[in-house]
Design a protein around this ligand. Structure first.
Ligand code: GAL
Length: 416
């Protein structure tokens, strides 16, 4: 197929026909923010898979964890009338673009391959708009994880902390060992990622009322103040150079034993694996204390933009390739995430991956699966950014916990 198309394109050029259409048919331009070592390794699985199907890849990486910068660049591209073929996107952002009428239609391939039956409804909420498939989900990540350096944990007695008090005791022990207790990068999305877990540790109802229902009483209440107090406590365990640090550099601190723990989504595992580290032997993955049984999820999807008709076939091949069970396994083993389909075996996954898949299925059955506030699966960007702003200012000591709850309630109310 590839050979045929390449030849056709070459002939078209030779005959002075430009050949643009023929070449465009076998190319996808992909905008994404997967630039860390682990992320790039996972993306490579997709690139190679498409290349094997005769589709070439034009890379548009926009560095910046969580995709904040990527979304700014995307807006500029679309405004200029030059949308990429496919764009890595999270949750409500996909729906926002769909509302603007900017996205294409994947119904044909979705129907042919029976996506409705195998892609969890929690993801379909964001892959479909107005009954039509607009995006292909590639994975399911979750944010309420912690990644502990195993040697440091062993030195501290080896017990995984079961609750907040035990976590604090462990962090104190890391301090005594002379390492940075908490590896963190001071960027709004990273602060918000920790806040996801801290809020969830007060219970499922609390998380749901706060971030899904946006209940003003909950956002401005006494328990939220306690959640902010916990953020202040965690802030006391980061090093002096945390401000602005990229998340993967924070992961590296744990990998190298310079820090004890990182609170981060399971893309962090991609960094550990890339560095040759083994779960159980070199690092420990566990749910943030008090959140076992619950999952705050985010799913990376490739939103497919409306493109010229000759580019659509490659777009459909890409969507189909992403949803193939073999690809789902190969990609997510490297990325640290769980597959976006319910029928993929966990056989190839390591213990953390197996746990991710199991936790996800259980949380889905038990009604304890929630969209991540920090990663755009609880609210549209306007509300998310309002929350980010308060969380970051409080984390950096610009607001007391009392001021933060008042501001949080007001900011969310205004952004709704
Ligand atoms: C998340 C995304 C992950 C990972 C992370 C850090 O929002 O879902 O795939 O890329 O950001 O960049």
């Amino acid at each position: 197929m590839r050979k045929f198309l390449t030849t056709t394109a070459a002939i078209a050029v030779l005959m002075g026909m430009g050949g643009t259409a023929a070449r465009a048919a076998e190319n996808v331009e992909v905008l994404h923010w997967w630039t860390s070592g682990g992320e790039a390794a996972a993306l490579d699985v997709l690139k190679k898979d498409l290349e094997s199907k005769g589709i070439s890849w034009t890379d548009m990486p926009v560095a910046g964890g969580g995709g904040t910068e990527a979304m700014t660049v995307l807006r500029a591209r679309v405004t200029a009338g030059n949308a990429p073929t496919a764009v890595q996107m999270l949750g409500f952002d996909i729906l926002d673009w769909a509302k603007e009428g900017a996205l294409g239609n994947l119904d044909e391939v979705a129907a042919k391959e029976g996506w409705d039956k195998v892609i969890p409804t929690a993801l379909q909420q964001f892959s479909k708009y107005d009954g039509h498939w607009i995006a292909a989900p590639v994975n399911v990540h979750s944010t309420n994880w912690m990644w502990i350096n195993k040697a440091a944990l062993d030195k501290a007695g080896g017990k995984e902390p079961a609750n907040w008090d035990e976590l604090v005791a462990l962090l104190d022990k890391f301090k005594e060992q002379g390492i940075t207790p908490v590896a963190h990068g001071g960027q709004p999305w990273q602060d918000a990622t920790i806040f996801d877990a801290v809020v969830l540790s007060f219970g499922n109802d609390f998380y749901k009322k706060a971030f899904i229902d946006l209940d003003p009483e909950t956002l401005g209440g006494a328990q939220m103040k306690e959640a902010f107090d916990r953020m202040t406590k965690l802030r006391s365990y980061v090093d002096d150079n945390f401000s602005g640090r990229d998340w993967n550099l924070a992961s590296a601190m744990v990998i190298e034993g310079k820090a004890g723990v990182q609170f981060m989504g399971d893309w962090a595992k991609g960094e550990f694996i890339k560095a040759g580290k083994k779960p159980g032997a070199d690092f420990v993955c566990m749910r943030f204390p008090g959140t076992q049984g619950s999952v705050t999820f985010n799913s990376d999807q490739f939103a497919m933009f409306k493109v010229a008709p000759e580019k659509v076939p490659a777009q459909l091949v890409m969507a189909s390739a992403i949803e193939s069970p073999t690809f789902q396994s190969a990609f997510n083993v490297v990325k640290g995430s769980a597959p976006a389909r319910t029928d993929v075996s966990d056989e190839a996954f390591d213990d953390c991956g197996k746990k991710a898949i199991k936790d996800l299925a259980e949380a889905n059955t038990n009604g304890t699966l929630f969209g991540s506030m920090a990663h755009g699966h609880a609210n549209p960007a306007s509300v998310k950014n309002a929350i980010y702003d308060v969380v970051t200012r409080q984390f950096n000591g610009e607001l007391t916990s009392e001021e933060a709850v008042t501001e949080l309630k007001a900011a969310v109310e205004a952004a709704k």
